[in-house]
Write a protein that binds this ligand. Sequence first.
Ligand SMILES: Cc1cc2nc3c(=O)[nH]c(=O)nc-3n(C[C@H](O)[C@H](O)[C@H](O)COP(=O)(O)OP(=O)(O)OC[C@H]3O[C@@H](n4cnc5c(N)ncnc54)[C@H](O)[C@@H]3O)c2cc1C
Length: 411
Amino acid sequence: MTHKTYDAIVIGGGIIGVSSAYQLSRRGLRVAILEKGPHVASGSTGQSSAVVRQRYANIEVVQLAYASLQMFQNWCERLELKEDRSGFSPAGVVWLSDTASADCAEAVRQFERVGAAGGVVDVNELQDRYPSLNFCDSALDMTGIAHDCRNQPTVFWEPEGGFADPQGTTEDLLQAAINKTVDLFVRHEVTRIEPAAGGGFRAVQCSNGEVFSCNALLNASGPWCQRINEMVGVTLPMNLQPTRVQIAQRDRPSDVVGEIPVFVSAADQIYARPEANGQQFIVGSVAAEDESEAVDDPDNFNADASQEFRDQMMHKLHHRFAMRSRGTVRGYAALYTVNTDDWHPIIDAVGPQGFFVANGFSGHGFKLGPSIGCLIGRMMTGVGLPDDPAVDVRYFGADRKPLTSSSGVLA
Ligand SMILES: Cc1cc2nc3c(=O)[nH]c(=O)nc-3n(C[C@H](O)[C@H](O)[C@H](O)COP(=O)(O)OP(=O)(O)OC[C@H]3O[C@@H](n4cnc5c(N)ncnc54)[C@H](O)[C@@H]3O)c2cc1C
């Protein structure tokens, strides 16, 4: 076995690890990505709904989400690629929630400040574009009692938001990284880390016996992050919990006509978007109780969606789109790492000199991934680039107080 040496090693080939490796290579570092799976995006990223929205409670996150959107809009140019496999679709994001709320007024202000397109619009303006979507603002009764739909007059709309293909997006970032100075090693599970006396790492050992060394090491291992942190004796001050979340899917019937947006319904506590070139729906929950199933072993959890979950999601989807038949409902479950203290990641230098973490992205990591890579590249090298988002990475520091917003809700 040869002993390979790099400037930096990234543990994990999800969107965070690959985007960070790309940004490190743009700053002149030779980088290895060590991925335990057979391909990139084999963890949370590949199972992501990959919604690209910009509405968030805090301006820093809105800025990052908008910076990612701008990358998606100019994908090949920004990544210097000939072919776009990101699958980014600007289907629009409709927020079926109370537009008179303080949260909505704050969202309008934040979009104006960052220059993002979006705001409160009359539903009549959207009905031509999304003719099958029901803009009702009251929740469907799940006991089957008859429901009178009541259209809300206005919604918050992000015309440029949408969704992407998480696998293709990560592969494109990888290609851009490989085109610079990044090597990918799949089926390389890191099992032991030995720091060097003067800083850096003399041994990053993999389960296949290969050993690497480097000056800087990034833990971007998603739901497995605690295992890597334990290898270097790091205990983070916030609780990062691998969490099981479920998704339901069904084919789109012919009676649903016209374009389908991404939508979030506060009343029904669901979000949904089109998939498979618009021929399918995927539906997830935004209810807090559906993001609370802690998983101890990320290698061993139930990857099926329960019948009860599928039934509930379909019932609610049928409230949003009138469909004559229930169709065949499929589903799956996957993991993401919830920071139970404030739902946002920890990105920082911690523990031995040269060790960095980027963990706990909860349900936001896909859309933030392209821009977060810039923050991590800058944090690990001290080199800023003109297209870096103007957000200070210390916002996500390990020693922060849990983030809050004016409404107290972070989502
Ligand atoms: C069902 C679902 C829906 C989602 N919807 C959205 C959404 O709509 N929008 C959004 O922005 N986000 C969404 N997310 C969240 C988003 O997908 C995650 O936050 C993001 O993918 C996290 O990326 P990551 O790179 O940190 O982790 P991962 O993608 O999990 O990558 C970590 C990688 O590290 C590897 N690894 C682990 N341990 C080791 C080791 N010891 N050695 C080597 N490699 C290792 C793993 O194999 C894995 O590939 C969703 C997630 C899920 C599951």
